[in-house]
Every structure is written in structure tokens, then in C-alpha cells.
Design a protein around this ligand. Structure first.
Ligand code: FPP
Ligand code: MG
Length: 418
């Protein structure tokens, strides 16, 4: 498939189709996933994911014990590591295909912990990397400028060190956004434990998030690719814009779906789409090569499917399975997929959505309307349609275990229960 010259067309996902219309689609998609012998994505890269997580702690060391603790807090509880997984699998599935692969492979043999600025000028002491960072000293003299000797880092599982580091960076940005999100949502729980704002207070949770972003930005610069810096930086802007969009007044009925899907892209899918594209760029695929588009389209569709399922689970699952409070969206005034579909069947829910469920009894009433409607089922069908689209855009990739695992992941995302 190396010479594939197709193009990824815009999705035509029908988000108002009825469950009846989607029955055949659902059956075909689930059958396509289950009849295969595709590798389990989490098992295929289990050792790599463990390494990504373990080595991440070293990036977050601080000489302030409090900051050190908060920055690492959300990495201590088990997480799905879906974002790093997408990045690593797309790296594996596309490495060797791009025009600049050999060049990137050679560039990949560099020390990614080594500061670009001299360590004593950077003054960002990290006790976990003491030989490569320096702390602030008050009296300052002219220092010599001998270049440090880079230690080599090697390819592993066919994945470049830069791509593994990108997986860590993306997970760091995700964790930073969760620290801020739990302040905004006043959430008591995250990943089955007391949330960071509950444990340390809002101020420290916000500062911890900012510290993680600082370290992620430095690590990003050390990847040496301005295009990847641009892509990943824009994820942070998207996350903030998505959060602001969610805070605004409820949109007019005609705009409700567009705004919801836009918010879903910004808060969830952008990180997966741009992280995946970044991995392929680091693997030497140049502008115009289809693999970049495959990665972006896969991450975007999978991300939207993932969030739609998340929005269903908020109605269906409780604290024990989610590791965070269920039913939070209505409490926060948010009308997600199930409520928007319910609105089509029960117009009475409209005024509740418009006032963001802020009157006593609104939340319970809205939940009843959603239960009486086929909102949850139709949201699941929509998630299936996005997941199927994610699987379909993989066609240009040559067959490999990584491609099979990416396909399997589309099924896992829609079937998940937590
Ligand atoms: C979870 O949303 C939160 C996000 C996906 C992103 C939140 C983004 C910000 C707070 C903007 C700041 C960003 C950075 C990078 C500092 P949720 O509340 O819908 O899900 P939950 O149930 O997991 O809390
Ligand atoms: Mg939240």
C-alpha cells in the first residue's frame, strides 16, 4: 500500500439518524471487529506503556516537595493511557513509510533530557535529572560554554525515542487539563481517588497543572521539530477554548449539535488527532504524504467516539466503575448527546436545557426524559459511526500488528464500560 494516492474525505456522519437506520451499521461494525484476530492494543504495547508512565515521573521532579507531589498525583492512579497508546501505535504503523524516515531515525538518536540552553542558564532544577539541570545561584559569573556530551537513546518496538517522548508530553498535557478541570468542576474524585483540588486545594492544583505544562513545553522543544511544537501547542489552546465554549450560555436549538460536536473536538479529539499526526511527522512523513492525514483523521474520529461514550457512561455508570461521580454533566448544566437526542423526542426538555438545569428538580426531570427517550441508544449509534469512520481511514496503511491494534481499538472504545 506504499504508493496509495487516495485522500481522506470529510466525514458524512449522520448524527440525527434513528437507531433503526443504524442497526445494520452497528451489526456490520461489531462483526467486523469481533471476527478478527487483531492484537489487543493494550497488550501489544504493554511494556512500552509501562515505560512511558514510569519515565514520566522523572520529567516532573521538583525541588519543591509539594509541587513534586501534586504534579505526579494523577499519574499515581491507574489510567487507560489511551492517548499515549494512539501515538505509539500510529508511530509503529507508519515508521519506515515516510520520505524522511532515515533522516528522522538518525535524528532520533539524541538525548531528549538534555536542555537546549545550557543547564545553568536554564535554571530549572529537576532532582530526578540532577546531572542535566541546574538550580539557581545568586552570584553569577561568566561560565564556560563546553557542549555537553549527548547520550544516545534508541529505537524501541520500532518506535523512535522522540515519538515515545511525544506520548509522554501528550499525557502530561492531558493530566494538566484534568487538574484544572477538577478545579472548575469542583469534582471530588478522579481515577478512583480524591481529586487534586480536594487533596491540596484549588490554588495548588492550578499551579501543579501549570508546572506540568512548563515541563511538557520544554520537553516538546527538545524534540527539535517546530511543526510538532505548533501542533501540540494548539492542543492547549483548543482545550481552553473547548472549556470556555462549554461554560457559555446554552446555544440556540439550531446550533446545539454543532456546538456540542465542536466542544467535543476541542476538549477531547484535538489531543488525539494532533498527537497522532505529530507522531507521524516525527517519523518522517512529509506534507502531502497520506499517513499524516490518516493519523489525524483516525485520532479525530476515535476521539469523538470516545467522548460520546463518555457522555453515555455519565448517564449509565456510577462512581464505582468510573472512578469519578456519575451524573455529573446534568449537575454541571451540560446537555450532551443523550439529552440533545431526547430533546428531539420530548420538546419539554428544551427549556431545561436552555436554563442549564439550574432550577430545583431540573436535573431529575431531565434524567427522566432521557431515560424515556432513545437518547442513549442514538448516542451510542453515533459513537459507532465515528468509530467505524476511524477504522475506515486506516485503509491506506500497510498491514501490520499495529494497524490491527488500531482497528481493534475502535471496537474497544465503543464497547467500554468505564
Ligand atoms: C475533562 O472534562 C476535561 C478536559 C477534557 C479538558 C479540560 C480543559 C481545561 C480545564 C482547560 C485548561 C487546559 C490545560 C491544558 C491547562 P469533563 O469535565 O467533561 O470530564 P471529567 O468527567 O473527566 O471531569
Ligand atoms: Mg470534569
Amino acid at each position: 500500500m506504499r504508493g496509495w494516492r487516495g485522500s481522506i474525505v470529510r466525514s458524512t456522519i449522520p448524527f440525527t439518524t434513528s437507531p433503526r437506520n443504524n442497526g445494520a451499521l452497528k451489526r456490520a461494525f461489531t462483526a467486523g471487529i469481533s471476527t478478527s484476530t487483531r492484537p489487543d492494543p493494550f497488550i501489544l504495547l504493554a511494556d512500552h506503556l509501562a515505560q512511558v508512565r514510569g519515565a514520566l515521573f522523572d520529567l516532573l521532579g521538583s525541588s519543591s516537595p509539594t509541587l513534586d507531589e501534586i504534579a505526579k498525583y494523577y499519574f499515581l492512579q491507574p489510567s487507560k493511557q489511551l492517548r499515549p497508546l494512539i501515538i505509539l501505535l500510529l508511530a509503529q504503523a507508519t515508521n519506515g513509510l515516510g520520505k524522511n524516515w532515515e533522516k528522522r531515525r538518525l535524528e532520533g538518536v539524541q538525548d531528549l533530557d538534555l536542555p537546549l540552553s545550557r543547564a545553568d542558564v536554564l535554571n530549572d532544577f529537576n532532582p530526578s535529572i540532577p546531572t542535566k539541570t541546574a538550580s539557581f545561584s545568586e552570584k553569577w559569573d561568566i561560565h564556560s560554554t563546553t557542549a555537553a556530551n549527548p547520550t544516545s537513546q534508541k529505537e524501541w518496538n520500532g518506535i523512535l525515542p522522540t515519538q515515545t517522548r511525544l506520548a509522554q508530553i501528550v499525557e502530561m498535557i492531558h493530566a494538566a487539563s484534568l487538574l484544572h478541570d477538577d478545579v472548575i468542576d469542583e469534582s471530588p474524585l478522579r481515577r478512583g481517588a480524591v481529586s487534586a483540588p480536594q487533596a491540596y486545594g484549588s490554588k495548588l492544583a492550578v499551579l501543579g497543572g501549570n508546572f506540568i505544562l512548563g515541563r511538557a513545553s520544554a520537553a516538546l522543544a527538545r524534540l527539535g521539530d517546530p511543526e510538532v511544537v505548533e501542533l501540540i501547542a494548539s492542543i492547549i489552546s483548543n482545550l481552553v477554548e473547548g472549556e470556555i465554549l462549554q461554560m457559555k450560555e446554552a446555544p440556540a436549538p439550531a446550533n446545539a449539535w454543532r456546538v456540542y460536536l465542536q466542544k467535543t473536538y476541542m476538549k477531547t479529539a484535538s489531543l488525539m488527532a494532533k498527537g497522532a499526526r505529530g507522531a507521524v511527522v516525527l517519523g518522517g512523513c512529509t506534507e502531502g504524504e497520506i499517513y499524516r492525514e490518516v493519523a489525524y483523521a483516525y485520532g479525530r474520529n476515535l476521539g469523538i467516539a470516545f467522548q460520546l461514550v463518555d457522555d453515555i457512561l455519565d448517564y449509565e455508570a456510577g462512581e464505582a466503575t468510573l472512578g469519578k461521580p456519575g451524573g455529573a454533566d446534568l449537575q454541571l448544566g451540560l446537555a450532551t448527546g443523550p439529552a440533545l437526542f431526547a430533546w428531539e423526542e420530548h420538546p419539554e426538555i428544551g427549556p431545561l436545557i436552555e436554563r442549564k438545569f439550574n432550577q430545583p428538580g431540573d436535573v431529575e426531570l431531565a434524567r427522566d426524559y432521557v431515560r424515556k427517550s432513545s437518547g442513549v441508544e442514538r448516542t451510542r449509534d453515533l459513537a459507532l459511526a465515528y468509530a467505524e469512520q476511524a477504522r475506515d481511514v486506516l485503509v491506506p496503511l500497510p498491514d501490520s500488528d499495529a494497524k490491527g491494534a488500531l482497528e481493534a481499538l475502535t471496537g474497544r472504545v465503543v464497547k467500554r464500560k468505564s
